[in-house]
Design a protein around this ligand. Structure first.
Ligand code: GUE
Length: 316
């Protein structure tokens, strides 16, 4: 008898794995205080009033507090200058009680984001965005890895998905996800293809991937035809969709719940992967929300504790 493929992809429960990681971090925080009197402190900086950024930062603050970390938040007006931000960073760099500095992106157009990121002390760069940390990661000396890429690797590991020897295809080449996740996968001995907006035959490449990672910010860029049957699909997209028609097209028979969310909140979150089509082809799939997003926050907490240990105890 012919082997029957499973009807639907297994969902990779990022939210659950994030809870596991956070529980580990909480224990580590308690131990640091008990044994060394150290309470790691994360400082968040938000410039302007983008509503999505405000949600993300609040989530980071609340999670820090829930895990026993200290949290300090700076909300600055949209008009803040590069010089004013640099002055704040210099103060935070100099403070012995500050372990992690997170400047929420995107910054307003008037601010030179690269100058800001380069000004953060690499030892306090819990986002892993400073060129020194990016360079160290390239060399395999992963001091503070970027949170979303590190979270994706953690998710694959905790589900027992083999990376070594697999063909991993990354769609997207951003500094915060595409490039670094490709690098981490390479370090774990995957064969890595990086695709982007100028790639000629996207489907021909993505269809060869055992592990497909999509981080483009384009709703439903990846359809059923882009996916190798049984592949692991990691959807990093977090797009706010506000029209009911798109939601119905994306979720098929399961649209009702999403349409309700839209009516309640004014939007619903969707990824870069067409969920109804992907479920029929992929072997494993991360949902949006509840997939990669929560892992990003969990890894930020872990990085903050790691930064505290490395800087204050000179060990890890
Ligand atoms: N300096 C900096 N560091 C970042 O790590 C950073 C950033 N800037 N700018 C924006 C992106 C985006 N990002 C997310 C974090 C958590 C969720 C998350 O928890 N999402 C939930 C849903 C949240 C919701 O309902 O809106 C989920 O997917 O289940 C999503 C996206 C971090 N980023």
């Amino acid at each position: 008898m012919a082997e029957r493929r499973q009807e639907r992809a297994t969902l990779l429960d990022g939210a659950r794995v994030a809870e596991e990681i956070k529980a580990e971090v909480r224990e580590e925080v308690a131990r640091l205080e008990r044994e060394h009197g150290i309470i790691p402190c994360l400082v968040t900086v938000l410039v302007g009033d983008d509503p999505a950024s405000a949600v993300y930062v609040r989530n980071k603050v609340n999670t820090s507090i829930a895990l026993g970390l200290r949290s300090e938040h700076h909300a600055l007006p949209h008009e803040t200058s590069t010089e004013q931000l640099l002055a704040l960073i210099a103060q935070l760099n100099a403070r012995a009680d500050v372990d992690g500095i997170l400047v929420q992106l995107p910054l307003p157009k008037g601010v030179d984001a690269m100058r800001i990121l380069e000004a953060i002390d690499p030892a306090k760069d819990v986002d892993g965005f400073h060129p020194v940390n990016v360079g160290r990661m390239m060399l395999g000396q992963t001091a503070l890895p970027p949170c979303t890429p590190a979270g994706i690797i953690e998710l694959l590991d905790r589900y027992g998905i083999a990376i070594g020897g697999a063909h991993a295809c990354v769609v997207g080449r951003s500094n915060i996800v595409g490039r670094p996740v490709a690098q981490l996968l390479l370090q774990r001995d995957a064969t890595v293809t990086i695709c982007h907006s100028r790639t000629r035959d996207l489907a021909a490449l993505t269809r060869q991937a055992d592990i497909l990672i999509v981080a483009t910010g384009r709703v439903a860029l990846i359809r059923g035809e882009h996916i190798k049957p049984g592949a692991v699909v990691i959807d990093v997209g977090t797009n706010r969709v506000t029209d009911e028609e798109t939601i119905r097209a994306l979720f098929g028979e399961r649209a009702e719940e999403r349409v309700n969310a839209l009516r309640r909140r004014g939007y619903t979150l969707v990824g870069d992967v067409h969920p109804a089509e992907a479920e029929k082809v992929a072997g494993y799939l991360t949902p949006v929300p509840g997939g990669v997003g929560p892992l990003t926050v969990a890894m930020l907490m872990r990085n903050t504790v790691m930064a505290a240990r490395q800087r204050r105890l000179r060990s890890n």
